[in-house]
Design a protein around this ligand. Structure first.
Ligand code: GDP
Length: 301
């Protein structure tokens, strides 16, 4: 049994490989929730939804957001009649978001996710990091803004000075899952805005210190494979490199997997984490995803 901490782009790619290598029911995914919010009347849990759609094999892999081949009739009509529609939500995607919103009228987020994943035939357990609402604030040169305001409305352009979010209680099963896992995997996700919030959830850091934890660097060379991780790492005073990521995880990490390109950082990282492994970490196709999953699990590729 393994637990995987996930955001909404890098780690979902890895999950596609993991479910080919391990029995899906032997995996628990613990997902970031600080980007969750209501948009156009529906509850949007971006990373949770991406993990659900990935494991249900309906994810749009061009964007790692929403359902593949979706239509946008409702989105277009809402815009026509003057709704802001900050997010471009497709019709099938919206149906699942509406279902989650209705379920959450008398259930927790955890319970709503569990109902959805079972309906979609997903055997892997998916747990949100918390059932409590929490928000991420980005302090920028254009003022303080919420995550989607920064990333969608301002296209991630403002200069970032700081990032903060509330510390919340873990959802039921989060600590148990970490404690009962043979291995906890921190996927290649944004260390500040995806993994950071999960780790800061009450009790998680302590549980990680007692677990066997393996992480994959989301940074190759001096830039993220995708997304705004560089700006966030710099704002928090970290070098944008696998060495910078190692510094963030060093107090609980047992093994760190970095890209072959980052051999120049190996020696410095080994001063922080004794077990460092180099491999191809960019996941372009299913073979890459399966190879990385095997590497994490310690199997020969
Ligand atoms: P978000 O919730 O959409 O921000 O997604 P995540 O936090 O899960 O993932 C974003 C991070 O994944 C970025 O920092 C990327 O650099 C990293 N990433 C995306 N694809 C890959 C990949 O194929 N390999 C590696 N090593 N990192 C990746």
């Amino acid at each position: 049994m393994i637990s995987i901490l996930s955001g909404g782009t890098g780690t979902p790619k890895l999950l596609q490989g993991m479910v080919q290598v391990l029995k899906p029911e032997d995996i628990t995914v613990i997902v970031n929730t600080v980007e969750n919010d209501y948009f156009s009347g529906v509850y949007v849990a971006p990373d949770v939804d991406t993990v659900i759609y990935t494991l249900a094999e309906i994810i749009n892999e061009d964007t790692w957001y929403g359902v593949k081949d979706d239509s946008f009739i409702t989105h277009d009509r809402l815009k026509e009649i003057g709704c802001p529609e900050t997010l471009r939500i497709g019709d099938r995607d919206r149906a699942l978001k509406i279902q989650k919103t209705i379920l959450m009228e008398n259930k927790t987020l955890s319970q709503a996710i569990d109902i959805q994943r079972k309906e979609l035939g997903i055997e892997t357990l998916i747990i949100p990091m918390s059932d409590q609402g929490s928000h991420i604030n980005i302090i920028t040169d254009a003022g303080e803004m919420e995550f989607h305001e920064f990333l969608v409305e301002n296209q991630g352009k403002p200069e970032v000075f700081d990032i903060n979010y509330q510390k919340v209680d873990p959802a039921p099963g989060v600590i148990d899952s970490i404690e009962n896992s043979d291995m906890v995997v921190i996927g290649p996700s944004n260390p500040i805005t995806s993994i950071g919030p999960i780790i800061s959830t009450y009790g998680v850091r302590k549980a990680l210190k007692n677990a066997y934890v393996v992480a994959v660097s989301p940074i190759v060379g001096n830039q993220p494979v995708s997304g705004p991780a560089a700006k966030f790492m710099e704002a928090n005073g970290h070098e944008v490199s696998s060495l910078g990521v190692a510094g963030i995880y060093q107090d609980f990490l047992d093994k760190f997997i970095i890209d072959l390109e980052d051999e120049n950082y190996q020696e410095e990282i080994e001063k922080l984490i004794s077990d460092v492994m180099l491999t191809e970490t960019i996941m372009r196709n299913m073979t890459d995803k399966i190879n990385l999953a095997r590497c994490i699990l310690g199997e020969n590729v």
